[in-house]
Design a protein around this ligand. Structure first.
Ligand SMILES: Nc1nc2c(ncn2[C@@H]2O[C@H](COP(=O)(O)OP(=O)(O)O)[C@@H](O)[C@H]2O)c(=O)[nH]1
Ligand SMILES: Nc1ncnc2c1ncn2[C@@H]1O[C@H](COP(=O)(O)OP(=O)(O)O)[C@@H](O)[C@H]1O
Length: 186
């Protein structure tokens, strides 16, 4: 039986983790485990695609009940992975993928060892700004991404795979190749 893996997409914010991961893995049978967040839904986001959106009170309640395997506060908002969703996927023997910052990736790697494969995506700061500006992203969000850039980018040396996301087609191909290498090795 294929060992179930957790593929962790991490890297600098705005590097294209969500876009590339969803594109590479749609229809693959490897399910996305969305995080819960208390941040508001942004323009063009759809509930349950990228996040499960909850109120601040609900997030507090879930955290108090021990619902999260890991959670973080980033600026004014909180993010967390529900233990139940991870267990459901792994107990069924299915690999899954998550999109996390470095703290979340580190925690999941410590908990799941070599079943957790970290794929680090990055682009340079100028490219982050240009891509997000061209999509009409607010300056508040762009600035918050850039503020975290230096601390996030250093995490790449700990990751199993590193991809510079230049063109989306090439990045998707690289992700597919990495994932196949694990699934075929079993
Ligand atoms: N540790 C952890 N990080 C998360 C989780 N969900 C999202 N993140 C990361 O939190 C960071 C902040 O996200 P945000 O600024 O809202 O930007 P987004 O990446 O466009 O959603 C991003 O690096 C996310 O990948 C989670 O459940 N746990
Ligand atoms: N290779 C690429 N070339 C151009 N734009 C890209 C590429 N990859 C992602 N993008 C765009 O960059 C922006 C940030 O991508 P996103 O997936 O939200 O990043 P992250 O999840 O890492 O914060 C989005 O507008 C996305 O469409």
């Amino acid at each position: 039986m294929v060992k179930p893996y957790l593929f962790l997409f991490t890297g600098t914010s705005g590097s294209g983790r969500k876009t590339a991961a969803h594109k590479a893995l749609q229809g693959s049978g490897i399910a996305h485990i969305p995080s819960c967040t208390d941040r508001p839904l942004r323009d063009k986001e759809r509930p349950d695609m990228d996040y499960r959106y909850v109120s601040k009170e609900q997030f507090d309640q879930l955290a108090a009940e021990g619902f999260f395997t890991e959670s973080v506060r980033i600026d004014r908002h909180r993010y967390g992975i529900g233990k139940r969703y991870l267990d459901l996927a792994l107990h069924a023997g299915n690999s899954a993928y998550l999109i996390l910052n470095r703290e979340g990736s580190d925690t999941i790697r410590k908990l799941y060892g070599d079943r957790a494969i970290r794929i680090f995506l990055y682009v340079d700061k100028k490219t982050v700004s240009e891509r997000l500006e061209s999509k009409g992203t607010s300056f508040e969000i762009i600035n918050s991404y850039l503020d975290h850039y230096s601390e996030e980018v250093t995490y790449r040396k700990y990751c199993e795979h590193i991809i510079e996301n230049v063109t989306i087609e090439e990045t998707v191909m690289q992700i597919k190749a990495i994932i196949s290498s694990y699934l075929q090795a079993n």
